[in-house]
Design a protein around this ligand. Structure first.
Ligand SMILES: [Zn+2]
Length: 130
């Protein structure tokens, strides 16, 4: 059966959701940085292998200035992490559960269930075996 969380459990549950969003954002950010650094360095190594004397452009810099890519890589990582955090914490429609019959629905403003029970935000409930 569904039971309401105690205030302490509600705080713990929201902290848990917050932490999982932070973890997800960090994971996305680090993955983007890691992947793009990895691909740019392997690209760099391959180019160096094929062209021991890489062609120089006007400024005379190397074709793939890896250090120059670092800020944009980190920037992309940050953007990805922020985008994830934003979407994960966007207040979507909460799932509502009827305390009496267990019917689930998205929040639509009505808390009254057809069975006579009333709906509660699923984030404030937990399932216990009766
Ligand atoms: Zn109901």
């Amino acid at each position: 059966m569904w039971v309401k969380l105690t205030p302490t459990e509600m705080i713990a549950a929201s902290q848990k959701r917050y932490r999982s969003r932070i973890k997800g954002s960090l994971f996305i950010g680090v993955s983007i940085c890691g992947l793009s650094l990895l691909s740019s360095s392997s690209l760099f190594a391959k180019t160096r292998e094929e062209h021991p004397h890489p062609p120089h452009f006007d400024g005379g810099g190397p074709l793939f200035p890896q250090i120059g890519q670092l800020p944009s890589t980190v920037l992309f990582g940050f953007i990805g992490a922020f985008a994830f955090y934003f979407f994960a914490s966007r207040p979507g429609k909460p799932t509502m559960i009827c305390m009496k019959c267990g019917t689930a629905k998205y929040a639509d403003g009505s808390l009254q269930c057809k069975c006579g029970g009333h709906f509660e935000d699923m984030n404030n409930l937990k399932w216990v075996e009766s």
